[in-house]
Ligand binder design. Sequence first.
Ligand code: 6GU
Length: 245
Amino acid sequence: MRIDVVSIFPAYLEGLKLSLIGKAIEQGLLDLTVHDLRDFTFDRHRTVDDSPYGGGAGMVMKAEPWALALEHILGEGTGEATKPILIVPSPAGEVFDQRIAEELAHTEHLTFACGRYEGIDQRVLDWAGQSFEVRPMSIGDYVLNGGEVASMVMIEAVSRLIPGVIGNPESLTEESHEDGLLEYPIFTKPATWRGHDVPEILLSGNHAAIARWRRDRRLERTAEVRPDLLTGLGDLDARDREVLD
Ligand code: 6GU
């Protein structure tokens, strides 16, 4: 998978080169390039912003540097079969979730346009629609100072789903949000720690009973902290309903 990121703070994205994502880049599973938007300006001050038409607080990112940066990315194209996706991080976007992460993990080329200030001139998004599938995307209902951290969140969530990035693919299937339930609590040695015991069933070796115990805990935890997730669940068995009642 190819991922391009455009930002006025390319140093923010350096963190992606650490750990698992960094290893995926080294292994050639992920081709990540970070571009400095200011490299696509030509004035002495490398200006990327200006005041908003119609008035109002804050500044708006000018269109032309964005167009040049995106054209540069398209020009580095490697005969892609599908239209690249342009993700525009914005609190006004569609809310990113695990389903969207999985959808994006199956695509060839993602570009992230990290806005700062009040955002990017709307005409960039309209114009980019000729060459990209444009998707404004939010990571949740709160406000960040710019798209960099949101892009990192989305890139990490997507790239760990690329086959080969996570060593043991089974660790992907038992996670929160994979099947609509939150995770069960986990424990490791010692069996007693500062007066707190590991639940006895986990020491029993009874795999069926452990699986049922874990599912019960997942149902309980989800009902308690994220009841909204339960409405989207399909097939609950009689025992599931008993736990939830
Ligand atoms: Cl994607 N960007 C910004 N600036 N704020 C956000 C966000 C994105 N998602 C939630 N808040």
